[in-house]
Design a protein around this ligand. Structure first.
Ligand code: ZN
Length: 497
């Protein structure tokens, strides 16, 4: 089912008709998490955005290889003041092997992704598992004259690169501005130019994550891993590279420079970026105290949260905005999303219970459903416009309610097609699941309270010697699988299922 999918390419700054380099096959690379802490709401957005794209590409018939990496070394350049790899620092403080820290957070990341119903990628390569490939990349760049060694470290020579190619094509920045805006002083330290970035860093004596190389015992610069692993698993040229907008500069800009400096041309055809999530209009940040992790959202355990929010509420909340718009988190917005999702799930339940009629001219016919289906595809094809898909589903739920209220009728074929439309768009493509509203912990608590209430009624009945009522409650609960035991001061119960 070939569709005319339009996708916004950050590189060309316009929507382009998506056509893969190899017919029928798509290669997609997305920058994954850095694993020295729990994933937060800002991680959920790219994960969900590219999950939808992954699902849709496959739905419209492309065999898709989706690579999402794990950054478990090297991402320390951002925090210049820390000067130590964050995983290594955590390992040192907690007396753990660095890989224990990484694995712990990888496991927790996978749990959160599965709760959000984000499909696992086809390949999930680790930066630490691809040191040789990264060293090879650095060597190629050096051999081509775009990098230099300084005191055991290797830096990308941005000025040399900019003379032959243009540095800044993705972010639209030019080198002079980058140099003028840099906080670093010119000519200080190991770099020739403050815009140069590390390809290989010599490890300090206390640094525990280190590998041998011809330059020094050290570790690769952060930007190397995505270029090296993207090329290894998707080839020198591949279709889509994605990530959050915050990665456009410097990370993706540096990736482009590394690719061109090593192989002579760009690797990526379409650069796709999701916008950011703000919290009450503010950027999210540990120092701002508004940094809420996904496990905290699911449990409600954070003082900025009025209640827990189920993973599906988070997913729906994110999908209600187009991926290139900003999203502002607030408790009100999440609670509205929770209600909206509940309404949609209720409509699906109602839809499944509708009785078709033989049909006359006034009945809902297949034309209506075909038209709705086309609108949903049109929205997906228009740069993955999930909010429009959702609003079409809401329109359909009004019609469903009219039929349920006997104010309209639907033919058998139209009903079948409408159920299928909900299943395709709501479950398969948007990836929503039916656990809207309260999360499981809340449900279980409410459930327990109801059983307690019944058993308290039974105790009252026993006290009144109303054996019939007392036995009835016990027998009915037993029939449902509850084992009730009378104790000295009341009762205990468990569910044997
Ligand atoms: Zn990356």
């Amino acid at each position: 089912m070939e569709q005319n999918l339009l996708i916004y390419n950050t590189l060309t700054r316009q929507k382009e008709l998506f056509r893969p380099l190899e017919p029928g096959h798509v290669g997609m690379y997305v920058c994954g998490p850095t694993v020295y802490g729990d994933a937060h709401l800002g991680h959920a957005r790219p994960a969900i955005t590219f999950d939808i794209l992954f699902r849709y590409l496959q739905h419209i018939g492309y065999k898709t290889r989706y690579v999402r990496n794990i950054t478990d070394v090297g991402h320390l350049e951002h925090d210049a003041d820390e000067g130590e790899d964050k995983i290594a620092k955590k390992a040192r403080l907690e007396q753990l092997e660095p890989m224990e820290v990484a694995q712990y957070y990888i496991n927790r990341f996978h749990e959160a992704m599965s709760a959000l119903n984000v499909l696992p990628p086809s390949i999930e390569p680790h930066a630490t598992g691809h040191i040789i490939e990264q060293e090879q990349l650095v060597e190629e760049i050096m051999n081509n004259g775009f990098a230099y060694e300084s005191n055991g470290s290797v830096y990308f020579d941005v000025e040399a690169y900019n003379k032959k190619h243009k540095y800044g094509v993705l972010s639209g920045r030019n080198l002079d501005d980058i140099i003028n805006n840099s906080r670093e002083l010119a000519g200080v330290g190991e770099k020739k130019n403050q815009a140069d970035f590390a390809l290989w860093k010599k490890a300090q004596p206390e640094h525990i994550m280190r590998w041998p190389s011809k330059w020094s015992d050290g570790f690769p610069g952060w930007h190397c891993e995505c270029t090296a692993m993207g090329r290894k698993y998707l080839g020198n040229h591949f279709d889509i590279h994605g990530g959050g907008m915050d990665l456009i500069f410097p990370h993706h800009e540096c990736e482009i420079a590394q690719a061109v400096a090593s192989q002579g041309d760009q690797m990526v055809h379409y650069w796709v970026h999701n916008n950011m999530i703000t919290i009450n209009g503010q950027k999210m940040g540990k120092s701002l105290g508004n940094f809420i992790t996904l496990p905290q959202f699911f449990s409600g355990d954070h003082d900025k949260l009025e209640k827990p929010y189920s993973p599906m509420t988070i997913r729906f909340f994110i999908l209600q905005a187009h991926y290139r718009s900003t999203v502002d988190f607030s408790n009100e917005a999440l609670q509205a999303a929770e209600k909206g999702l509940e309404r949609l799930m209720d409509s699906y339940k109602t839809l499944k219970s509708l009785q078709p009629t033989k049909g006359d001219a006034s009945s809902i016919q297949t034309d209506y459903v075909s038209d709705l289906r086309q609108k949903c595809y049109d929205a997906m094809n228009d740069d993955i416009n999930t909010p429009i898909v959702i609003s079409n589903l809401f329109d359909a739920s009004k019609v469903i309610n009219q039929i349920a209220d006997k104010k309209a009728t639907i033919t058998e074929e139209a009903l079948k097609k409408l159920i299928n439309l909900f299943e395709v768009f709501m479950f398969d493509l948007l990836g929503l699941k039916n656990n809207a509203g309260s999360n499981n912990a809340e449900r279980e608590e409410a459930f327990g309270k109801v059983v307690d209430m019944l058993l308290e009624q039974r105790m009252k009945a026993k006290a009144n010697k109303d054996w019939a009522t007392s036995d009835m409650i016990r027998d009915e609960l037993a029939a449902l699988g509850f084992e009730v035991k009378d104790t000295k001061d009341g009762f205990t119960w468990k569910l044997n299922k």
